[in-house]
Ligand binder design. Sequence first.
Ligand code: AMP
Ligand code: MN
Ligand code: MN
Length: 317
Amino acid sequence: MINIENELAGAREVGITGHIRPDGDCIGACMAMYLYLQKAMPQLKVHVFLEDIPTIFYVIKDTDKIEKAEEFLGSIDTFIVLDCAKDRTGACEKLIQNAGKVINIDHHLSNASGSGDINYIVPEASSASELVYDVIDKEKLDTEIAKAIYIGMINDTGVFQYSNTSKKTMEIAGKLITYDFDFPALIQKTFYEKTYVQNQILGRALLESILFMDGHCIVSSVDRKTMEFYDAKPKHLDGIVSQLKNTRGVDCAIFMYEIGTMEYKVSLRSNEKVNVAEVAENFGGGGHARAAGCTVRGTFHDVVNNLSLYIQKQLKL
Ligand code: AMP
Ligand code: MN
Ligand code: MN
């Protein structure tokens, strides 16, 4: 395990970032690290860079301080890359290339060897946020840091339901809720609650879903026209793939949405029978055994056929 204060001993200007299209864990981990360094190492100049975040996460302190990497003109000597490898950080990649030291903290199986000069990679960990908890001095935790870590953990564990939840996850969560924040409201606001429009798209995706491989697989997609009709952004589609996966008998769920002509962002969810990180890696993506993603070119049918080849092999159908 690393100690983040030791790793930053020689640093002056520090950047914190996570992956493109940041999710709850990525945002929670980055903001917890930002809040912690502001407090524990006030001599540092700290920046947090992320793409636009869903407004539900504005409940985390200092999210208004998030900067855009493409607008940043200074230089950063040390980068902390959370919840991904450094090649999945989008516009931050350039800033990272110029940094003298990169600290990579992640829990993705597909990034097992790490992409930094210093790596703290734990594929068994529930979330990158749980790993942020590991590397900080617990004496300096406060309500705002605890809240950010907690939000990250509930979002990546499906409120402690998924199999990435461990005894350690629950022990950490137990300590976090002793800080004074309204955790039932946080779970409701950042995990379960959807807007009316989000629920409408979810409804359409479920209605138009197709079961195949004898009911072992389910797929649904949302095209650009539908996204435009509802004025929906990719972040509004979170949760659809999990709902598809909740269909009885399904071992693997595929949800895809069009990001360009003949180009789809694919999300995969599975149970113990399919390792979807392996499936996604065949298409240049990655993730975890039971939750992974990739971008695939082709028509809807091409994409389904191509993915199915790998899924079918694992299901031994
Ligand atoms: P998603 O389906 O986009 O919610 O992603 C599921 C999981 O896989 C998340 O932990 C993502 O961070 C990860 N993931 C998604 N796409 C990729 C990718 N192209 N490379 C590596 N990991 C990914
Ligand atoms: Mn993530
Ligand atoms: Mn994560």
